[in-house]
Design a protein around this ligand. Structure first.
Ligand code: NZQ
Ligand code: ZN
Length: 387
């Protein structure tokens, strides 16, 4: 296990009705806030109205930035930064899913920065100061409600890039599983895939000895495998939604990656796909992830995949590591298919045409991966295997 610093300070208010605490959570920060929302679901299902009623009652002045789309765009971030400066806003509340939260976090990082907020994504500068952010989560997937990351797309250059700064980790997040009852089937499925792939990115690692982190990771995977299908069949099953939402937060709040080299190659490759084709993130991951596993499987990596096969899928260790790993990968692919998500790029309208360009962009900041380093040719091979 490697050295690490453990500090995950987000206050999580978990469960039915926790929205009642909203004003109390914000009051210490500011009485002028920006509310960031998506393309309508939170208004359709009354979550926005309930939040605003509580905030107004507490005398908090609210301004809105609406219309954040999946694969959120930089231009909305600029709009939010302008609004915060003009209205002297001191706190940002995201009500929605990952795209809304990531937009809120990026706005927060840019308000007091004199340059272009995109500098942070190009690694030309780092956030030094940020407005505090809080979230009311409505979809289980990204873990953005508890983590330091934000992912934004710059349309004009078709770049989808990430920032990571502890300054933008949400101060609090309200996780009410009932808010996720209305998530459409395809987004619930994509969310489960996203959670599982977040675990893979940290679980499959060259670091030895982080046994406890690996057992926690396996528990999250088993929770997804057990409750994922239930969420799709019974969208209003409270326990299923509760377990999935908490799995999403724990999968990517930093906990299971502590003391380990992480991978993130699958995510970098997927971000190129969603930058160009506006693909749903979890669907892109469902297609790439099993092929990434197959591509990097060898005698050296088979140990990690066999543990996964035995501990998560209950496979028999006697088969030998490579055969066992192949079976575990097939189990993963079939599970994703059983959730109703696509398994080939051609199914979602992606052909050979731009694969080489995307492979080049994926490695623009250097080789990918932790358990196995990948160059442009490797990325292209994985994309081709996924067609
Ligand atoms: O826009 P609205 O109307 O709200 O509809 C959304 C959207 O269409 C809908 N939705 C959300 N909650 C709902 C609901 N519909 C009905 N009832 C509800 N309760 O769901 C759709 C998808 O929303 P989106 O925010 O795109 O989903 P998700 O949470 O999966 O976020 C995906 C984005 O996060 C990035 C992805 O790349 C993608 O851009 N990621 C962010 C990460 C992070 N910050 O740590 C890590 C991830 O790996 C990921 O890259
Ligand atoms: Zn993800």
């Amino acid at each position: 296990m490697l050295n690490f610093l453990y500090h995950i300070p987000t206050r999580v208010l978990f469960g039915r009705g926790q929205i009642k605490e909203l004003a109390r959570e914000i009051e210490g920060y500011s009485r002028r806030i920006l509310i960031v929302i998506g393309q309508g679901s939170v208004k359709k299902y009354g979550i926005y109205q309930e939040a605003v009623r509580i905030l107004k009652k507490a005398g908090i002045i609210c301004f809105d930035l609406a219309g954040i789309k999946p694969n959120p765009l930089l231009k909305k971030v600029y709009q939010g930064i302008e609004l915060c400066r003009k209205k002297d806003i001191g706190f940002i509340l995201a009500i929605g899913a990952g795209s809304v939260i990531d937009t809120a976090k990026t706005i927060a990082s840019g308000v007091r920065y004199k340059g272009d907020v995109w500098d942070f994504f190009l690694k030309k500068a780092e956030p030094k100061d940020a407005l505090p952010v809080g979230t009311v989560l409505t979809l289980a997937a990204t873990g953005s409600e508890m983590n330091i990351n934000a992912v934004i797309t710059k349309e004009s250059t078709e770049q989808k890039l990430a920032i990571g700064s502890r300054l933008i980790r949400p101060r609090f997040s309200i996780l009410d599983p009932t808010y996720t009852f209305t998530v459409p089937k395809i987004h619930s499925a994509a969310g489960v895939v996203d959670i599982m792939v977040h675990v893979f990115e940290q679980y499959f690692s060259p670091t030895r000895g982080a046994r406890l982190q690996n057992r926690i990771a396996e528990a999250i995977l088993k929770t997804c495998i057990y409750y994922g299908p239930i969420v799709l069949k019974k969208p209003r099953d409270y326990q299923a939604r509760a377990n999935i939402i908490w799995a999403g937060s724990l999968a990517l709040n930093g906990l299971i990656g502590l003391g380990k080299v992480e991978d993130w190659a699958t995510h970098r490759i997927e971000h190129e796909l969603s930058a160009v084709y506006d693909l749903t993130h979890g669907i892109g991951l469902a297609i790439i992830s099993p092929n990434w596993m197959r591509y990097i499987l060898n005698k050296k990596t088979a140990g990690a995949f066999s543990d996964y096969g035995v501990n998560v899928w209950g496979l028999d260790r006697d088969k030998g590591p490579v055969k066992l790993s192949e079976e575990a990968i097939l189990k993963t692919e079939n599970f994703f298919k059983s959730l109703g998500v696509a398994s080939r790029l051609t199914e979602v309208g992606v052909g050979e045409e731009r694969l080489e360009e995307m492979a080049g962009k994926a490695v623009a900041f250097g080789e990918l991966g932790g358990i196995k380093k990948l160059n442009k040719k490797d990325v292209l091979n994985i994309l081709r295997m996924s067609l």
